[in-house]
Design a protein around this ligand. Structure first.
Ligand code: 13P
Length: 252
C-alpha cells in the first residue's frame, strides 16, 4: 500500500505574515488528528525559513517550488539545491507547467534540475501534463511519455527512489475544471505502466503519482480513491487552511 501524499503549492502567494498565519492554522487543524497521510507545504522562497521553524517539530514536510541546477555562482536571481537544503527543504517541485510555459523550461532543463536535486539530497516532485489542445488532438499519452522519457533521462531506478510524479493536466490548473476521476486514472495508469516498462514493476508499484489541477474538498476524495492516484498537488485550495485540511482528511 502506498501512503497518500498531499502537497500544497502556494505559488507566488503569501508574504511572511500571511505565511505564518496559514501555517499556524494548518498546524492547529491537523493537531490531534491521527492522519496517515504525508503532508508537504511549498511556500515561496522568502517564506521557507520561517515555515521550517514553524513545522520542524511536526510531521509536515517542506518543499520549494523551483531551483536552478548549479551549486553556486553567477546566476543572478536563482536558488541552488544546497540553499534549499539549508533552510529545511526536503522536496522541490520541478517542471511545473507554469515554469514550462511562462518561463520556457524545456524537458532538458528540467532533467538537469531533477539530477541536481537528487544528487543534493532533495526529493523532486516532477510535474507533467498536457494542454487542452494536446488532449483534444489525442496526444495526451504521447506528451506525457515524452515529458517522462526526457525529464528522467539518464537517471537510474535507484536515483529515483524518492521521486514523486505529479500529473497536472494544464487545462485543469487554476480553471476550476478538474479532470474527472476516470480521466485522471487513465493517465495515472498509463504513467505507472510506462515506469514499469522503463524501470521495473516493483519500482512502478512503489512510485507516488499525485494528481493536480483544481483539486478541492468537493472532488478530492473521488480523485484520490482511484487505484493509481496516490495524493494531490493542490494549488488554490491550499491557501485556505480549512480546505487544505479537508483535502488531507479525504486522502485517508
Ligand atoms: P490549482 O489547484 O489552483 O488548479 O493548481 C494546481 C497546481 O498547479 C498545483 O501545482
Amino acid at each position: 500500500m502506498r501512503t497518500k501524499v498531499v502537497a500544497g503549492n502556494w505559488k507566488m502567494n503569501n508574504d511572511i505574515n500571511s505565511s505564518v498565519t496559514l501555517i499556524n492554522e494548518i498546524k492547529k487543524g491537523l493537531n490531534q488528528k491521527n492522519i496517515n497521510v504525508k503532508v508537504i507545504i511549498c511556500p515561496p522562497f522568502t517564506s521557507l525559513e520561517t515555515a521550517y521553524a514553524l513545522i520542524k517539530e511536526t510531521p509536515i514536510k517542506l518543499g520549494a517550488q523551483n531551483m536552478y541546477f548549479e551549486k553556486s555562482g553567477a546566476f543572478t536571481g536563482e536558488i541552488s539545491p544546497l540553499m534549499l537544503k539549508s533552510v529545511g527543504c526536503e522536496y522541490v517541485i520541478l517542471g511545473h507547467s507554469e515554469r514550462r510555459t511562462i518561463f520556457m523550461e524545456s524537458n532538458q532543463l528540467i532533467n538537469k534540475k531533477i539530477k541536481a536535486a537528487i544528487s543534493n539530497g532533495l526529493n523532486p516532485i516532477f510535474c507533467i501534463g498536457e494542454t487542452l489542445e494536446e488532449r483534444e488532438a489525442g496526444k495526451t499519452f504521447n506528451v506525457v511519455e515524452t515529458q517522462i522519457r526526457e525529464g528522467l533521462a539518464n537517471l537510474s531506478e535507484q536515483e529515483l527512489s524518492n521521486l514523486i510524479i505529479a500529473y497536472e493536466p494544464v487545462w485543469a490548473i487554476g480553471t476550476g475544471r478538474n479532470a474527472t476521476p476516470e480521466q485522471a486514472e487513465e493517465v495515472h495508469k498509463f504513467i505507472r505502466d510506462l515506469i514499469a516498462n522503463l524501470y521495473s514493476k516493483e519500482f512502478a508499484e512503489k512510485l507516488i503519482i499525485q494528481y493536480g489541477g483544481s483539486v478541492k474538498p468537493e472532488n478530492s476524495k473521488d480523485l484520490m480513491s482511484q487505484p493509481d492516484i496516490d495524493g494531490a498537488l493542490v494549488g488554490g485550495a491550499c491557501l485556505n487552511a480549512e480546505s487544505f485540511i479537508k483535502i488531507i482528511e479525504s486522502a485517508q
